[in-house]
Design a protein around this ligand. Sequence first.
Ligand SMILES: Nc1c(C(=O)O)ncn1[C@@H]1O[C@H](COP(=O)(O)O)[C@@H](O)[C@H]1O
Length: 163
Amino acid sequence: MTKQDICIGIIMGSQSDWEIMNNAAETLTALEIPFETKIVSAHRTPDRLYEYAKGAKDRGIKVIIAGAGGAAHLPGMAASMTSLPVLGVPIESKALKGMDSLLSIVQMPGGVPVGTLAIGKAGAINAALLAAQILALENETFARAVSIWREQQTLSVAEEPSS
Ligand SMILES: Nc1c(C(=O)O)ncn1[C@@H]1O[C@H](COP(=O)(O)O)[C@@H](O)[C@H]1O
């Protein structure tokens, strides 16, 4: 994968988010859509976030997936500094089970949207699929990959429960 090929940026507030955000990475790998992963925190590495969000579009990134937990300001702050679509994944927190993360990400003020997914693993997978679907609007290879993924999902669902 060359640097120019990378079109999705997966960022997360901490190494501890990787266990969940890895599901977004695995989904994009399955779809053969090039991506990059970075630890970027609005709180702990504000300069890194500024550089990342300001430079992402020029580097060819088309969608940013941002996972964060607790006071999850990362997706919103990233969205405030770029016109790229930002998809937020609330990471389940210990104290409040991710409700804090969800509300921090979903309750953006009007004018700075963040597309907010479900808490945890399903949210990370869906963020990757949604990012793929956005790219698929203008990329037939990705459109085919998404369509095959859906077909395989359908085929994997048994008609009857096994005992
Ligand atoms: N929400 C944020 C931000 C941010 O929004 O900038 N930076 C780190 N964090 C979150 O803090 C949680 C605990 O992090 P640690 O496990 O490193 O203590 C993580 O879920 C991370 O996303």
